[in-house]
Design a protein around this ligand. Structure first.
Ligand SMILES: *Cc1c(COP(=O)(O)O)cnc(C)c1O
Length: 355
């Protein structure tokens, strides 16, 4: 049976990315060696890193003065590496969900943290937008898409302080004005690659200001200076990232990714709003186009498990909601297809007709 992958992360990738990466794992560039067996310093691998960086810069129209580096440790390591490098005295954090809260917690190891706004009391069902940022903070940290709760802010905040964003689950899904940011980071496993690599975009001129001795691996300058080759980078994940970036470009770039994301999300939210069994979980204007969360209406609560089984039998994978929200979550990252979303909508309609 055909499977429709709605996993929240690691998640669906374009089929050709998987096939091309698999070929290189068997025989890298006709060398007779696997991509898994070569040195990251092999002459054939440097072009993979170079092309990956070049494509990210091209697709996001990154201005000069920024570096793109590939690191380990996931977005979770960035929760501490960001404040280690950028927090001088005081930082502001916007608490929009589980990941935002974790980032905020780690920053407290390095200085004073001001929470400028939070939707925690409302179980993160909206994205706070009207907040004051103290003028004397070193940066404001935001999470653009809240993967677990399904809220998203798809614009670039105008703030008077340096802006830093965790874009793990919506990077490459829309054009971004990178010039507004001091740093953007993303675990690659939602929208860019297989798991194992983290992409960090940093403004070079902002590095080296933190008043602390940084361990070598934690200092972004180490990785900028060595072109992400200070230590062994994850070669297979980076290869898959390059393939995904080639795919995004061939499809028409991030503007086209945005158009498709909005198209898919509009279809699915329309069905959630129409279908008597279901309802959305977050404020309409803050609905994520990447992670679409919905639950059973009160009077149909008992049908949650039966619908999950029904949809699973029809090939839906990964639609069970996160435990902090319950219900369902359909993650629709760049590789998601209209066909996949239509299959889910069909399952929702057919299930409604039975009840
Ligand atoms: C998945 C996710 C993370 C955690 O990423 P890891 O790479 O597993 O550390 C952090 N932030 C957001 C917004 C995420 O979606």
């Amino acid at each position: 049976m055909k499977k429709y992958n709605f996993n929240a992360g690691p998640s669906m990738l374009p089929r050709e990315v998987i096939e091309n990466t698999a070929k290189q794992i068997l025989d890298f560039n006709g060398s007779g060696l696997s991509l898994m067996e070569i040195s990251h310093r092999a002459k054939d691998f440097q072009p993979v890193v170079d092309e990956s960086v070049a494509l990210i810069k091209e697709l996001l129209e990154i201005p000069s003065g920024y570096s793109v580096i590939f690191l380990g440790g996931g977005a979770s390591l960035q929760f501490m590496q960001i404040p280690a490098n950028f927090l001088i005295k005081k930082a502001a954090y916007l608490n929009t969900g589980t990941w935002a809260k974790k980032a905020e917690k780690e920053a407290k190891h390095f200085g004073e943290v001001v929470e400028v706004a939070s939707s925690a009391d409302a179980n993160y069902t909206f994205y706070p937008k009207n907040f004051e940022v103290p003028a004397d903070v070193d940066y404001l940290h935001i999470t653009t898409n809240n993967t677990i709760y399904g809220t998203e802010y798809r614009k670039d905040f105008d703030v008077q302080v340096p802006l830093i964003a965790d874009m793990s689950s919506d990077i490459m899904s829309r054009p971004v004005d990178v010039s507004k940011y001091t740093a953007i980071y993303a675990g690659a496993q939602k929208n860019m690659a297989m798991a194992g690599v983290t992409v960090v975009i940093v403004k070079d001129g902002m590095l080296g200001k933190a008043p602390r001795e940084l361990p070598t691996m934690i200092d972004y300058r180490t990785h900028v200076d060595k072109g992400s080759m200070f230590n062994t980078p994850p070669v297979v994940p980076i290869y898959s990232l390059m393939e995904t970036m080639r795919w995004v470009k061939a499809q028409g770039g991030v503007a086209e990714m945005n158009r498709r994301a909005v198209e898919r999300a509009d279809m699915l939210y329309a069905e959630i709003d129409r279908n008597k069994l279901f309802k959305g979980t977050v404020k309409e204007e803050d609905r994520s186009v990447m992670n679409i969360c919905f639950v059973m209406n009160e009077e149909y609560k008992d049908l949650e498990k039966p619908f999950l089984d029904f949809a699973t039998e029809r090939g839906m994978v990964g639609i069970k909601g996160h435990r902090s929200v319950g219900g369902f979550r359909a993650s629709c990252y760049n590789a998601q297809t209209v066909e996949g979303v239509q299959a889910l909508i069909k399952a929702m309609k057919d299930f409604e007709n039975q009840h």
